[in-house]
Ligand binder design. Structure first.
Ligand SMILES: [Zn+2]
Ligand SMILES: [Zn+2]
Length: 96
């Protein structure tokens, strides 16, 4: 199987540990990104806001609302879902 975070191939019997470790790293990265003034796309954003205005405006209302959840209480999941929505070609597997 493939780790959903680092995209590395991992063996089944170590997958849970591996994914938990990568998710921890990913959460730290998401938090640092939230506090910075640079959006993941390289655009300018306000610190403590998740995305630049262009991407925030592209999100459906329920996804925008989800980004107001607290970190550690659904925010990271909301961020991940929003990223998948904004860049489906990057985050999703393509049909062969
Ligand atoms: Zn990984
Ligand atoms: Zn952006």
């Amino acid at each position: 199987m493939t780790c959903p975070h680092c995209k590395e191939a991992i063996s089944e019997n170590h997958s849970e540990q591996h994914i938990a470790g990568c998710w921890k790293q990913e959460r730290l990265r998401i938090l640092a990104e939230l506090q910075s003034a640079v959006c993941y796309c390289g655009g300018f954003k306000t610190a403590r806001q998740t995305f630049c205005r262009r991407e925030y405006n592209a999100l459906p209302p329920d996804m925008r609302r989800a980004l107001y959840r607290r970190f550690g209480d659904g925010y990271e999941e909301a961020y991940t879902a929003a990223r998948v929505f904004l860049a489906p070609t990057v985050t999703m597997e393509t049909d062969q």
